[in-house]
Design a protein around this ligand. Structure first.
Ligand code: NI
Length: 194
């Protein structure tokens, strides 16, 4: 059973390797990721947010499970040709309660593969561009709070501290594995499919 991990879980800082193999088990995990994303009222969820070291994410810009046509699985994304600049408030399912404006390129080209192995090659703007850039960052171990202004960083110190205290307590009680264990598990999973 997958679940969404929260800051400062070490897997959120893991830089994922390209996915080489999609098997039935991984497909089942992707279904679970969509369920978790909708349940949390999100529009995107990256693999390392459910403690998986793989280079893919799921998204649905409508956030609406009744609109499955808008669902996308983006595998091994490569972003290029950034154009323009846009500022928009972002949040993250791994940073509950934290929202701050982030400046990113307005347009971006996305090259990737979908779940059927078909190539994706599109120019994105607006909401899809924002989601893809946020989720692709996750795969490199980057969080949106790394990209906010220094004054906004100072404003969220307290919120991050609370999340850290929570995390430490969960690790202490054994609800979250030790960092060594987390890293060993990620290495094993990578050997399986990367
Ligand atoms: Ni996020």
């Amino acid at each position: 059973m997958l679940k969404i991990i929260e800051y400062p879980h070490p897997t959120l800082r893991h830089r994922s390797k390209p996915l080489r193999r999609v098997d039935a088990e991984l497909r089942a995990m992707i279904d679970q990721m969509f369920d978790l994303m909708y349940e949390a009222k999100g529009v995107g969820l990256a693999a390392n947010q459910v403690d998986l070291p793989y280079r893919f994410f799921v998204m649905n810009e409508t956030g609406d499970p009744e609109q499955p046509d808008a669902q996308q699985v983006i595998i091994n994304p490569v972003l290029s040709r950034p154009k323009g600049s846009a500022e928009q408030e972002e949040g993250c399912l791994s940073l509950p309660g934290v929202y701050k404006p982030v400046t990113r390129p307005a347009q971006i080209r996305l090259n990737a593969y979908d779940l059927r192995g078909q190539e994706i090659n599109v120019e994105l703007e607006g909401m899809p561009s924002r989601i893809v850039q946020h989720e692709a960052d996750h795969l490199d171990g980057v969080l949106f709070i790394d990209r906010i202004s220094e004054s906004d960083k100072r404003e969220i110190v307290g919120a991050l501290e609370e999340l850290s205290i929570d995390f430490d307590a969960k690790q202490h009680s054994g609800e979250i594995a030790s960092e060594d264990h987390v890293n060993r598990r990620l290495a094993d999973l990578e050997r399986l499919r990367c």
